[in-house]
Design a binder for this molecule. Structure first.
Ligand SMILES: NC(=O)c1ccc[n+]([C@@H]2O[C@H](COP(=O)([O-])OP(=O)(O)OC[C@H]3O[C@@H](n4cnc5c(N)ncnc54)[C@H](OP(=O)(O)O)[C@@H]3O)[C@@H](O)[C@H]2O)c1
Length: 421
């Protein structure tokens, strides 16, 4: 089969190869697992979906991961199957990421699968963490038949920016903007509370309760004096609070509200977003929300360090005031940053009270390709056609794709502490 037509064709070929060796029911289950994964929130952990099917292909349960600290997709699917009264002996678990093997905030999925009596596991791609953390080997050692590679390209695409963050050893970065219709985040007198609807504020506070850290610039601390805590609609603090981070050279005033009384505040005397991320990663932060103001938002965007964008768009006009963004160093339309609507985590566009919540992620940018050198003249009888560089399927960003069945998974190494499935 020729690979020389287009990237699309090449991806189709890889996808076709990845389907070979799997039953129709397994292929359909993987599609359902990928769709289920989208219901989870982006953040410290990847989006993962899982479907359990019986030996005859009947779908028994569908699960997905609802974020750090909650049941993993496999455990969710097993629980649901059991709650529905299904026996799992001889069943197949179809999951978008290799089952984990470690005890984080939840138990290891490999063990849960073994204990449930599941005899077959089909997963799309390897867990990109420490090889010792992978569950495939544990499953095989327990006599479970394990195959991988089904839906691999879609599974990589699903969590593309999460894999990038893991490979770069930095937190996954969510950028938050609460803005007017004309892209203002504060009026010209500095007032900004509240541009957003109560529903948007509640959504933001729910997110604050899930992230590891929230970051603002020194100017926002000086102007707004925010608390940056996660609070319920009644103002009561949520059970889980993020680390509050201030970025910039100037110090935090002693009486600033952000200091709180729990010691969970960190001042990073830097203007370099990557340096800030390095420090936060070293401090154990795996999901960071950048909340503003405009100079900080722009600095992270200009550095290409934003994995997810959440915009609360209020039907309000100011005409003047602080713009949401400053100069990103873009001078021509061809250089514009391209974003795409992200259907995960509550959808791409959602009404929240009178606001719209917009959810986006960066469009994948291919690394610049250099023109391949002209081929050496070859004898005409032995001319070999090679696919052009641009015809190759996308290179997996961090995790490796293994399209073969029953083989040892390929891996890349990253920090075992950052969660995984
Ligand atoms: N609606 C919203 O969602 C929202 C959210 C937050 C804030 N706001 C509003 O945003 C306004 C503040 O925005 P702002 O842009 O003036 O301030 P900002 O982004 O909060 O802070 C800017 C300050 O951060 C420091 N800094 C750190 N890294 C930097 C970098 N790479 N580039 C530039 N500065 C860096 C600098 O202070 P040093 O001199 O200390 O280094 C700079 O003066 C306020 O009116 C606030 O109400 C709105």
């Amino acid at each position: 089969m020729s690979l020389k037509h287009s990237t699309h064709d090449a991806a189709d070929v890889v996808a076709a190869l990845a389907v070979a060796g799997f039953s129709e029911a397994e292929v359909a289950a993987m599609d359902a697992a990928l769709a289920a994964a989208l219901q989870g929130p982006r953040g410290a952990n990847p989006l993962v979906g899982a479907v359990v099917i019986a030996a005859d292909g009947t779908r028994l349960a569908t699960g997905y991961h609802r974020g750090a600290g909650t049941a993993h997709a496999e455990a969710d699917a097993i629980d649901q199957a059991k709650a529905a009264g299904h026996g799992l002996s001889g069943a197949t678990m179809v999951v978008t990421l290799e089952p984990c093997n470690h005890c984080g905030r939840t138990g290891p999925c490999a063990q849960a699968i073994i204990e449930a009596g599941i005899s077959d596991v089909v997963y799309a791609i390897d867990d990109p963490h420490d090889p010792a953390a992978g569950g495939a080997a544990t499953l095989r050692a327990a006599g479970v038949r394990v195959r991988s590679g089904l839906g691999a390209l879609a599974a990589l695409e699903l969590n593309r920016r999460w894999f990038d963050a893991v490979a770069a050893q930095r937190p996954f970065v969510t950028l938050h903007i609460a803005q007017t219709l004309d892209s203002r985040i504060a009026a010209s007198d500095g007032t900004s509370q509240w541009i957003s609807s109560p529903e948007s504020l509640a959504d933001n506070h729910a997110l604050r309760g899930r992230i590891d850290a929230i970051l603002v610039g020194t100017q926002t601390v000086l102007v707004d004096n925010p608390r940056l805590t996660a609070r319920g609609a009644d103002g009561a603090p949520a059970g889980r609070q993020p680390l509050r981070v201030v970025m910039g050279y100037r110090g935090i005033p002693e009486g600033a509200a952000i200091n709180g009384d729990d010691g969970k505040v960190l001042h990073l005397p830097t203007r370099d977003p990557r340096e800030a991320l390095d420090e936060l990663f070293a401090a154990g932060v795996r999901h960071l929300m950048v909340e503003g103001g405009s100079r900080i938002l722009s600095a992270f965007l200009a550095a290409g360090l934003v994995d997810e964008l959440i915009v609360y768009l209020a039907p309000t006009l100011l005409g003047s005031g602080t713009p949401a963004l400053e100069d990103l160093g873009i001078t021509t339309l061809a250089g514009a940053q391209q974003w795409e609507w992200d259907p995960a985590s509550g959808g791409a566009v959602r009404p929240l009270g009178r606001d719209l919540r917009l959810h986006l992620r960066p469009v994948q940018t291919e690394p610049a390709q250099t023109e391949p050198a002209p081929p050496e003249p070859a004898p005409t009888e032995h001319v070999q056609t090679r696919p052009a560089l641009t015809d190759r399927p996308p290179t997996p960003p961090a995790a490796a794709v293994n399209t073969s069945s029953d083989s040892t998974p390929l891996r890349t190494v990253a920090d075992p502490a950052s969660g995984g499935n």
